[in-house]
Design a protein around this ligand. Structure first.
Ligand SMILES: Nc1nc2c(c(=O)[nH]1)N[C@H]1C(S)=C(S)[C@@H](COP(=O)(O)O)O[C@H]1N2
Ligand SMILES: [Mo]
Length: 190
């Protein structure tokens, strides 16, 4: 079993719990009108109500979250739907290669489509056995453990499937597009 130190990427320190990390205000959501959409370069675009999303069988994944501001929280127990199950449902077109994640409140983040196929990338509705509190992204966030946490968009509402990389909110503000914690890859060069 790797020691805790070996699980910390370069330049990171171990935080006890998720620091409350809020730039703006928490977006309000209404279970009656909330939906989750996948659109763009797919054969079958998808729109799910909150009840429909909650009806999908959930899995549990334990993973570490590494923030670009140097805190890491190990062993978060997330529950949700694997992103790759949703990808399989929508059937991306052959030219699909990237996604842009969209959140309530206006944030967005870019990822290669292949990232969504990784087993531990989750559309999470719960952490530590309880539904996400508002500040952690209720009712839905994505968890992308192998990228810095600004890619783990809270208040997720849609996934747009694209044929090329399109910068999201954080990438457009100087953060690294690849955001690999193990390469200390925090900020875009230029
Ligand atoms: N929609 C949205 N998602 C977001 C952010 C944001 O400002 N808006 N901040 C990101 C950043 S910078 C971090 S560090 C994590 C914090 O997530 P936590 O609630 O797990 O600590 O959320 C990410 N997801
Ligand atoms: Mo962050």
């Amino acid at each position: 079993m790797p020691s805790l130190r070996d699980r910390l990427p370069p330049g990171q320190y171990m935080a006890k719990d998720l620091p409350v990390h809020l730039a703006g205000s928490i977006p309000l959501w209404n279970p009656e009108t909330w939906d989750f959409r996948v659109f763009g370069l797919v054969e079958s675009p998808l729109t799910l109500s909150h009840a429909e999303f909650e009806a999908i069988p959930r899995v549990e994944r334990i993973s570490d979250l590494h923030d670009v501001s140097t805190w890491s929280v190990l062993d978060n127990r997330w529950e949700g739907v694997p992103a790759r199950e949703i990808v399989a449902r929508v059937r991306p077109l052959p030219q699909a290669a990237f996604v842009l994640l969209h959140a309530d409140g206006g944030a967005s983040a870019s990822l290669p489509l292949s990232d969504l196929l990784r087993v531990d990338v989750l559309l999470a509705t719960r952490r530590g056995g309880v539904v996400l509190p508002p500040e952690q992204g209720a009712p839905l966030r994505i968890v992308v453990p192998h990228r810095y946490a600004f890619k783990s968009l809270r208040w997720l509402r849609a996934i747009e499937v694209l044929d090329r990389e399109q910068k999201g909110f954080f990438e457009a503000r100087g953060y690294s597009a690849s955001a690999d914690p193990w390469k200390d890859d925090r900020f875009a060069e230029s």
